[in-house]
Design a protein around this ligand. Structure first.
Ligand code: GSH
Length: 200
């Protein structure tokens, strides 16, 4: 049995996606929560020094949350989270959810910089992109109606929860369908068991 070490952060939405996939696909991982900016040791595995990063048996590294999720999905005997019939639609929705996570993360990174170094324009650009993306998902995404659990559902849920945690929940007033779906999806054990400590 291979030893899988997942380097992760305490609040990362990308890391949450990976943890949820490990739970659903019943993959045993050893999660190590790190402070990424102080984790020089990570550079030899991942020169980008980003989390999540997966190290297999201290030999192979898998970088990027999507690759790690695909890997867990591949080595599991459980039903795939990437239904081949809607594969490209699932992958595109995951990319949209990732983009939402990135915008909210970028906005926060800018906000916590010293005030003299902040760009209001950059913050505003990320906020507009995040809200536009949520409105787009509300109008265009249909796969939430499926009873079959799917990777895009997990990615969208993690992105929306992260938006609430770090930015705003005002979108819930306009995006009624998404808000209702998310409330139900949040009742699943894998959502309840992966709530970032700071946001709880
Ligand atoms: N595309 C990457 C994004 C990962 C990412 O941006 N992680 C953030 C934390 S949520 C990070 O490690 N940031 C550290 C840095 O940029 O220095 C993925 O999906 O894994």
């Amino acid at each position: 049995m291979e030893k899988l070490i997942l380097y992760n952060g305490p609040n990362s939405p990308f890391g949450r996606k990976v943890k949820i996939t490990a739970i659903i696909q019943e993959i045993k991982i050893d999660e190590k929560i790190v402070k990424v900016e102080q984790s020089e040791f990570l550079d030899k595995y991942n020169p980008l020094r980003k989390i999540p990063t997966l190290v297999i048996d201290n030999k192979q590294t898998i970088i990027d949350s999507d690759n790690i999720c695909l890997y867990f999905n591949q080595i599991s005997r459980n039903q795939t989270l990437f239904d081949p019939e809607s594969y490209w639609s699932i992958m595109s929705t995951i990319s949209i959810a990732n983009g939402l996570m990135e915008s909210v993360l970028e906005r926060r990174m800018e906000i916590i910089r010293p005030s003299g170094e902040q760009s209001k324009g950059y913050i505003q650009k990320q906020e507009i992109r995040a809200i536009r993306t949520i409105n787009w998902i509300e109008k265009n995404w249909t796969n939430f109606k499926s009873n079959r659990l799917s990777m895009d559902q997990i990615a969208v849920a993690c992105a929306l929860e992260y938006t609430k945690f770090r930015f705003t929940d005002k979108w819930t007033k306009d995006c009624i369908i998404l808000d209702k779906w998310l409330k139900i999806f949040n009742q699943k054990d894998f959502m309840k068991n992966t709530i970032p400590k700071e946001s709880a």
